[in-house]
Every structure is written in structure tokens, then in C-alpha cells.
Design a protein around this ligand. Sequence first.
Ligand code: ZN
Length: 331
Amino acid sequence: MHPPIPPKTADFIRRLPKTETHLHIEGALPHQLLQQLDPEQFSEPQACWAQDFRWQCFEDFEHHLIEHAMQWFTTPERYYEAAKVIFEGQLAHNVRYVETSFHAGMIQFIDIPGPEILAAIRSAVPAGMEVRVFMGMARNSYNEVLAPVLEECVHWGGLAGLDLHGVEYLPLEEWTPKLWARARDAGLEMKAHAGEFGPASNVREAIEVLGVRRIQHGVRAIEDDSVVDLAIESGTTFDVCPISNVKLNVVQELEAHPIRQLVDRGVRCTISTDDPFSFGNNVEDEYAALSAGLKFSHVELAQIAKNGFAVALVDEAIRAQWIAEVDVVVE
Ligand SMILES: [Zn+2]
């Protein structure tokens, strides 16, 4: 679905070892699995996959995603099956490292313990790929059912970190900075969605109040120079999803996407697909979008890939090997 790019660039992007560090597992549900459930209802490609499709509002997008995810994700086995197809698809695009999150709300909706969802996703990782699994939650997820889960998740084996998901207009509640600090002390990597629909001040809040150095999106930081400076000075990385931002009207068109300015100013950015079920994108489309819409050179595209490996939660030896492989492709 990506914009037209020269064959040489398409070949370069395909061969480039890549990462995805902003991927919601429920939003990555392979359409072919729904087809297996109901071949008739899911026979056609989705309208939202068209390049010129735009979601009317975040709520429409979220409703569509949840409605479909709930049809598939009913058991740990279903998480395993979906994750297997997702990871194999990414491997085919030369993705070597993935950070994906499952939504804590699913623990409540389908009544499956979080560690079982976590184990199911982790057991689907193919050879040749490293995957780190995060648990995401909304700003108002700390309810009667989930509060005890969120308190204990810090000690689950195999959980890489936490992420704050969902609508940004909800206020940051008191429990969140406390949990983020506790999880960080326990060695988890902490993330937050900010600066997507919310203003630059949300990015500042995530860095200063939650202490995160991994912002999901972050693109609206561009509206406040002091927040861009803060991101650079604090060594914060933005895990950006350009096609998601365009289809959700966070930016009006690809050519106006702030990732160009953010990168030029010195903010470390990676690119990912966010929710490919609802955008119809794969990671090569994201690279093609930067090339076609924002004139990223091959060297700049390679740097985006390297940024993903730079923040990867892996041994230095593996990191060095991946980065060396990127350099081979650039040469
Ligand atoms: Zn996201």
C-alpha cells in the first residue's frame, strides 16, 4: 500500500534489518485469522487499508479495532496463534527485533490471567527474532478488577515493561507515576503514549512525571521547542508511526509529518506500524513513506533502523551484530 518509490529504494528497504518497537498485538490481528473464523464475512480486504482512507475520529478507529479483536482474542491459544502469524510476517520483512504490547483490559474482558497471555505471545517467537512483550493500560485502567493485577505485574517473569495506552485527554491519575517508578526500580522498561492527540505538554509530563525515555508517537512535541529540547537532553526516543498518524488525522498529510523536523533537530526516532489491522500497513510501507513523502535518504532510513537496534533490550553483542548488518546493506 506504500507510495511509489524507485525499485532500488524498495530493494534497499527490504534488505535492511529492521525493528518494530511500537506494535499493539491486538491491533496487529492478521485478517486471515478472522477469515478462518468466518470466510464469508471477512472475504474482502478492509476499506481502512486503502492509502487515502482516513478515520473520522479516534473513537471510530478504537471501536473497529476492539470489535474485531474481541472476536479472535478469547484464549491464550488464540494469542499464540495470532502472534505466530504476526512475527513470521515481520520476519519476512526482515524485522529482527520487536517490542509489542497486549492490553491489560483484555485480562478483564476475557478473564485470562496476564501471565498466560504473556507466555502465549513469548512462546510464538520464531528463530532469528527477538521479541519483548509489554503490558499496556489506559489512563483509567486502575479499577477494582485490574488494580491488583497492575500491582503484581511488576514481578511477572518475562514482562519487559509497561506502556500507557489509549486516549490522552484523560488526566494522568495518581497511581500511574507510583506504578511507573516501582516498575522501573524492578528493572522494567517504561513507555507512554503521548503527543499523538494530546499536546506537547503531555510529552513533557511523560518524561518528567512518569520518567519514561520511550515515548510512543510524541509527534506533537514539535509544537513546543522546549519539549523538543527536553526530549533531546533527556535522551528520549520517539517510537513514531507515520501512516497511523496520517490515517488518524494527527497530521494532515505525509509530507507534513513532523518526523522530518524531529530527526533533523536531533530527536532519536524509530518507526513502526502501530495497529496494522486497522491501517493495512507493514513496516516496509513505513520506510517507503519516509522515502517518498519526506525525502529520507538511504543513509537516513538506515539510521532509523539503527535507532531501533540502539534502544533494543538485548545484549551488546547482538546489538553490535545487527548494527553491523545494517552497515553492510548501506555499503
Ligand atoms: Zn500505539
